[in-house]
Design a protein around this ligand. Structure first.
Ligand SMILES: [Zn+2]
Length: 295
């Protein structure tokens, strides 16, 4: 029986030219990633980089009082461990498995060797890093300016895009930790989405019943992140493959923006506003402090 696991289930690996992929393949090690496993701690050195296939990894900042807030998610579209090839080696964030599944890991030294060839892998990873920066900036502005209900919609959609089903195994407590808000806030927001017929939740599981409805309820942040990932990754010029098995842009976004041109203009305008705001404020890239009160 053929294995249900394949490194090509990760978009970045699938977008590499055949020659590069074949060079990496013997060193890609399949790993099980159970819920809650910490893949690296704040300030820790990375022995491996991870390419998730069916799992989702959350990058969190953990506050001194034990509370936390999610900075970004990494799933089958990406790679965990950008600090390794960016040259900084460590980050202040913690990486935790948010949705159990599988992935492939590669030894840090081998990743660096391939990156320093300055070929397609380097170009692809730089594009991915730019998309990840967009996700991080958008998480910061979303946490500051949008309601918990909108943040929950954004979080659900970003998670669903990285999974093959419409269900998430996740307690409200964990969602509160991800969003950096009180649990009651999540209960209230989830209740509202359930009454609107968009989701069904209970006993550590959330089923999305009406995805287009969720896309209507979400703030603009989801589209900004999604369109930037699509723009940077799905038309990667070095790929010699006919069709990648995964596209970040599979789900329709018509309900969020009326035309692709409008959506792109909105994305560019929003991104430049985010950059201007961060240059002007020098604010820490975490959530609204007044919201971050988990005990
Ligand atoms: Zn938002």
């Amino acid at each position: 029986m053929p294995s249900p696991h394949n490194p090509l289930q990760n978009y970045l690996l699938s977008a590499l030219p055949e020659t590069v992929f074949k060079r990496l393949l013997p060193n890609l090690e399949l790993v099980t990633l159970p819920l809650g496993e910490v893949l690296y701690e704040s300030g820790g050195r990375l022995r491996h980089v991870y390419f998730p296939t069916t799992s989702i990894i959350s990058l969190l900042y953990v506050f001194e009082d034990g509370g936390s807030a999610e900075i970004a998610v990494v799933g089958n579209e990406g790679v965990l461990g950008i600090s390794l090839f960016m040259g900084g080696e460590t980050t202040p964030s913690r990486a935790v498995v948010q949705s159990a599944g599988y992935g492939y890991r590669l030894k840090s030294s081998l990743m660096k060797d391939e990156f320093h060839r300055a070929g397609p892998l380097m170009h692809l990873l730089l594009r991915y890093t730019q998309a990840l920066i967009t996700q991080m900036s958008q998480t910061a502005v979303c946490n500051r300016h949008h309601s918990i209900e909108q943040q929950l919609c954004r979080w659900l959609l970003l998670s669903l895009d990285r999974l093959s089903s419409d269900s998430l195994t996740m307690t409200q407590e964990l969602i509160a930790n991800m969003l950096g808000v009180r649990r009651e806030g999540v209960t209230q927001a989830a209740g509202k989405l359930q009454r609107a017929g968009l989701i069904n939740y209970g006993r550590g599981r959330i089923d999305v019943l009406d995805r287009p409805g969720l896309e209507k309820a979400v703030c603009e942040c989801y589209a900004v992140v999604k369109l930037e990932f699509d723009r940077l990754l799905t038309d990667f010029p070095h790929s010699d493959r006919e069709q990648a098995p995964f596209r970040v842009g599979d789900a329709p976004l018509d309900s969020v923006r009326s035309t692709p041109a409008e959506a792109m203009a909105a994305t560019q305008s929003m991104t430049s506003q985010v950059l201007q705001a961060s240059q002007a404020q020098q604010a820490p890239p975490t959530s609204d402090v007044s919201l971050a009160k988990p005990k």
